[in-house]
Design a protein around this ligand. Structure first.
Ligand code: MN
Length: 229
Protein backbone atom coordinates (compact mmCIF):
# COMPACT_ATOMS: atom_id res chain seq x y z
CA UNK A 1 0.00 0.00 0.00
CA UNK A 2 1.45 3.33 -1.07
CA UNK A 3 0.99 6.64 0.66
CA UNK A 4 1.82 8.54 -2.53
CA UNK A 5 -1.67 9.94 -3.13
CA UNK A 6 -2.14 10.75 0.54
CA UNK A 7 1.05 12.72 0.54
CA UNK A 8 0.48 14.45 -2.80
CA UNK A 9 -2.72 16.03 -1.47
CA UNK A 10 -1.11 17.50 1.61
CA UNK A 11 1.52 20.06 2.45
CA UNK A 12 3.14 18.80 5.61
CA UNK A 13 4.93 22.11 6.10
CA UNK A 14 1.52 23.63 6.72
CA UNK A 15 -0.69 20.77 7.92
CA UNK A 16 -0.01 19.06 11.23
CA UNK A 17 -1.26 15.72 9.87
CA UNK A 18 1.19 12.83 10.03
CA UNK A 19 3.26 12.30 6.94
CA UNK A 20 3.75 8.62 7.59
CA UNK A 21 7.27 7.35 8.04
CA UNK A 22 8.90 9.09 5.07
CA UNK A 23 12.03 6.98 5.18
CA UNK A 24 10.17 3.69 5.08
CA UNK A 25 12.72 2.20 2.72
CA UNK A 26 15.43 2.81 5.29
CA UNK A 27 13.67 1.01 8.08
CA UNK A 28 13.27 -2.73 8.10
CA UNK A 29 9.64 -3.67 7.52
CA UNK A 30 7.98 -6.08 9.92
CA UNK A 31 8.42 -9.72 9.07
CA UNK A 32 5.26 -11.83 9.04
CA UNK A 33 4.82 -15.05 10.92
CA UNK A 34 1.83 -17.35 10.69
CA UNK A 35 0.72 -20.66 12.14
CA UNK A 36 -1.78 -22.47 9.94
CA UNK A 37 -3.68 -25.33 11.48
CA UNK A 38 -4.08 -27.87 8.71
CA UNK A 39 -6.41 -30.84 8.80
CA UNK A 40 -4.85 -32.77 5.92
CA UNK A 41 -4.28 -36.55 5.96
CA UNK A 42 -2.77 -35.85 9.39
CA UNK A 43 -3.59 -32.88 11.57
CA UNK A 44 -0.59 -30.55 11.89
CA UNK A 45 0.33 -26.91 12.34
CA UNK A 46 2.34 -25.17 9.63
CA UNK A 47 4.70 -22.67 11.21
CA UNK A 48 5.94 -20.05 8.76
CA UNK A 49 8.42 -17.20 9.09
CA UNK A 50 8.84 -14.53 6.43
CA UNK A 51 12.43 -14.36 5.34
CA UNK A 52 14.09 -13.09 2.19
CA UNK A 53 10.85 -12.72 0.22
CA UNK A 54 9.28 -16.06 1.11
CA UNK A 55 7.84 -17.96 4.07
CA UNK A 56 10.22 -20.47 5.62
CA UNK A 57 7.96 -23.36 6.59
CA UNK A 58 7.87 -26.17 9.13
CA UNK A 59 5.13 -28.75 9.70
CA UNK A 60 4.64 -29.17 13.44
CA UNK A 61 2.49 -32.29 14.05
CA UNK A 62 1.48 -31.39 17.62
CA UNK A 63 1.61 -27.63 17.27
CA UNK A 64 3.58 -25.15 19.36
CA UNK A 65 3.82 -25.53 23.14
CA UNK A 66 4.20 -22.65 25.57
CA UNK A 67 5.95 -25.00 28.00
CA UNK A 68 9.76 -24.58 27.81
CA UNK A 69 10.23 -28.20 28.92
CA UNK A 70 8.36 -29.43 25.83
CA UNK A 71 10.16 -29.86 22.51
CA UNK A 72 7.91 -30.04 19.48
CA UNK A 73 9.04 -31.82 16.31
CA UNK A 74 9.03 -29.42 13.34
CA UNK A 75 9.72 -30.87 9.90
CA UNK A 76 11.02 -28.28 7.47
CA UNK A 77 9.05 -28.20 4.25
CA UNK A 78 9.27 -26.13 1.08
CA UNK A 79 9.19 -22.33 1.28
CA UNK A 80 5.80 -20.80 0.60
CA UNK A 81 4.90 -17.45 -1.01
CA UNK A 82 4.29 -14.61 1.44
CA UNK A 83 0.66 -14.29 0.29
CA UNK A 84 0.09 -17.77 1.66
CA UNK A 85 0.00 -16.35 5.19
CA UNK A 86 -3.49 -15.04 4.51
CA UNK A 87 -4.85 -18.34 3.26
CA UNK A 88 -7.71 -19.81 5.25
CA UNK A 89 -10.02 -22.20 3.46
CA UNK A 90 -10.21 -25.60 1.85
CA UNK A 91 -7.65 -27.31 -0.39
CA UNK A 92 -9.68 -29.66 -2.61
CA UNK A 93 -9.57 -33.37 -1.87
CA UNK A 94 -6.97 -35.15 -3.96
CA UNK A 95 -4.78 -32.05 -4.29
CA UNK A 96 -1.47 -31.67 -2.45
CA UNK A 97 -2.29 -31.03 1.20
CA UNK A 98 -6.00 -31.50 0.57
CA UNK A 99 -8.08 -30.52 3.60
CA UNK A 100 -9.02 -27.53 5.74
CA UNK A 101 -6.62 -24.72 6.61
CA UNK A 102 -7.06 -22.24 9.48
CA UNK A 103 -4.98 -19.16 10.26
CA UNK A 104 -4.47 -20.23 13.88
CA UNK A 105 -2.12 -17.39 14.74
CA UNK A 106 -0.61 -14.47 12.85
CA UNK A 107 1.64 -11.56 13.67
CA UNK A 108 5.20 -10.44 13.21
CA UNK A 109 8.55 -11.85 14.28
CA UNK A 110 11.95 -10.47 15.14
CA UNK A 111 15.18 -12.42 14.75
CA UNK A 112 17.26 -12.50 17.92
CA UNK A 113 20.43 -13.04 15.94
CA UNK A 114 21.90 -10.45 13.59
CA UNK A 115 22.76 -13.02 10.92
CA UNK A 116 19.64 -15.08 10.19
CA UNK A 117 21.27 -16.79 7.23
CA UNK A 118 24.09 -18.09 9.42
CA UNK A 119 21.63 -19.13 12.16
CA UNK A 120 19.61 -21.15 9.66
CA UNK A 121 22.73 -22.79 8.29
CA UNK A 122 23.88 -23.61 11.78
CA UNK A 123 20.44 -24.97 12.62
CA UNK A 124 19.84 -22.77 15.64
CA UNK A 125 17.40 -19.93 15.00
CA UNK A 126 16.33 -17.76 17.91
CA UNK A 127 13.42 -15.39 17.46
CA UNK A 128 10.68 -13.40 19.16
CA UNK A 129 7.04 -13.78 18.12
CA UNK A 130 4.51 -10.97 18.30
CA UNK A 131 1.30 -12.87 17.64
CA UNK A 132 -2.19 -13.03 19.05
CA UNK A 133 -1.49 -16.36 20.75
CA UNK A 134 2.26 -16.89 20.53
CA UNK A 135 4.54 -14.30 22.07
CA UNK A 136 8.01 -13.97 23.45
CA UNK A 137 11.19 -15.84 22.75
CA UNK A 138 11.47 -19.17 20.89
CA UNK A 139 14.10 -21.32 19.26
CA UNK A 140 14.15 -23.74 16.34
CA UNK A 141 17.00 -26.25 16.61
CA UNK A 142 17.84 -28.63 13.79
CA UNK A 143 18.31 -32.21 14.88
CA UNK A 144 20.28 -35.00 13.34
CA UNK A 145 18.73 -38.24 12.20
CA UNK A 146 15.02 -38.75 12.68
CA UNK A 147 14.92 -41.51 10.08
CA UNK A 148 17.11 -39.67 7.62
CA UNK A 149 14.12 -38.58 5.55
CA UNK A 150 14.18 -35.84 2.98
CA UNK A 151 12.64 -33.31 5.36
CA UNK A 152 15.12 -31.85 7.83
CA UNK A 153 13.87 -32.23 11.39
CA UNK A 154 13.95 -29.37 13.85
CA UNK A 155 12.65 -28.91 17.37
CA UNK A 156 10.54 -25.89 18.24
CA UNK A 157 11.00 -24.82 21.86
CA UNK A 158 9.67 -21.95 23.94
CA UNK A 159 12.28 -20.04 25.90
CA UNK A 160 11.63 -19.17 29.53
CA UNK A 161 10.09 -15.71 29.74
CA UNK A 162 6.88 -14.05 30.86
CA UNK A 163 4.97 -15.76 28.02
CA UNK A 164 6.01 -19.28 28.98
CA UNK A 165 3.16 -21.33 30.42
CA UNK A 166 1.92 -24.86 30.93
CA UNK A 167 -1.37 -23.89 29.34
CA UNK A 168 -2.11 -26.26 26.47
CA UNK A 169 -2.74 -23.47 23.99
CA UNK A 170 -3.73 -25.64 21.03
CA UNK A 171 -6.49 -27.04 23.27
CA UNK A 172 -7.60 -23.83 24.97
CA UNK A 173 -7.41 -21.58 21.89
CA UNK A 174 -8.59 -23.68 18.96
CA UNK A 175 -10.17 -20.89 16.93
CA UNK A 176 -8.94 -18.93 13.93
CA UNK A 177 -7.01 -15.79 14.79
CA UNK A 178 -8.66 -13.97 11.87
CA UNK A 179 -12.21 -15.33 11.70
CA UNK A 180 -12.79 -16.97 15.11
CA UNK A 181 -14.04 -20.06 13.28
CA UNK A 182 -13.19 -23.64 14.16
CA UNK A 183 -11.97 -25.99 11.42
CA UNK A 184 -15.51 -27.34 10.99
CA UNK A 185 -16.82 -23.82 10.35
CA UNK A 186 -14.14 -23.11 7.78
CA UNK A 187 -14.89 -26.41 6.01
CA UNK A 188 -18.63 -25.66 6.07
CA UNK A 189 -18.15 -22.18 4.58
CA UNK A 190 -15.89 -23.45 1.81
CA UNK A 191 -17.58 -26.66 0.72
CA UNK A 192 -15.09 -28.91 2.52
CA UNK A 193 -15.53 -32.09 4.51
CA UNK A 194 -17.06 -30.79 7.74
CA UNK A 195 -16.95 -34.10 9.60
CA UNK A 196 -13.28 -34.65 8.80
CA UNK A 197 -12.39 -31.04 9.64
CA UNK A 198 -14.22 -31.35 12.97
CA UNK A 199 -11.87 -34.15 14.01
CA UNK A 200 -9.19 -31.45 14.25
CA UNK A 201 -11.28 -29.34 16.62
CA UNK A 202 -11.09 -30.11 20.35
CA UNK A 203 -13.75 -32.66 21.23
CA UNK A 204 -14.83 -30.51 24.16
CA UNK A 205 -15.82 -27.75 21.73
CA UNK A 206 -18.51 -30.00 20.27
CA UNK A 207 -20.37 -29.56 23.54
CA UNK A 208 -21.56 -25.97 23.52
CA UNK A 209 -20.83 -23.74 26.48
CA UNK A 210 -18.82 -26.39 28.29
CA UNK A 211 -15.81 -24.59 29.66
CA UNK A 212 -12.39 -26.13 29.39
CA UNK A 213 -10.79 -25.37 32.72
CA UNK A 214 -7.57 -27.29 32.54
CA UNK A 215 -5.32 -24.27 32.80
CA UNK A 216 -2.26 -25.05 34.79
CA UNK A 217 -1.77 -22.86 37.79
CA UNK A 218 1.32 -22.17 39.84
CA UNK A 219 1.82 -24.79 42.51
CA UNK A 220 0.89 -22.25 45.18
CA UNK A 221 -2.65 -22.32 43.81
CA UNK A 222 -2.84 -25.96 44.81
CA UNK A 223 -2.74 -24.98 48.47
CA UNK A 224 -6.32 -25.16 49.71
CA UNK A 225 -7.76 -21.88 50.80
CA UNK A 226 -9.19 -21.51 54.23
CA UNK A 227 -12.89 -21.16 54.25
CA UNK A 228 -14.74 -18.91 56.54
CA UNK A 229 -17.28 -20.67 58.66
MN1 MN B 1 0.38 -28.32 5.87
Amino acid sequence: MSLKKYREKRNFKISPEPQGSPKKEDTKPDLIFVVQKHRASQLHYDFRLEYDGALLSWAVPRGPSLDPSVKRLAMQVEDHPIDYAKFEGVIPKGEYGGGTVMVWDIGTWTPEQSDVEAALKKGDLKFTLHGKKLRGSWVLVRTRGFGGGSKPSWLMIKHRDQYASTEDITETQPRSAVSRRLLAGIARDNGGNVELAATGDPASKAIPRKAVSKRAKPSSAAVPRKRRA
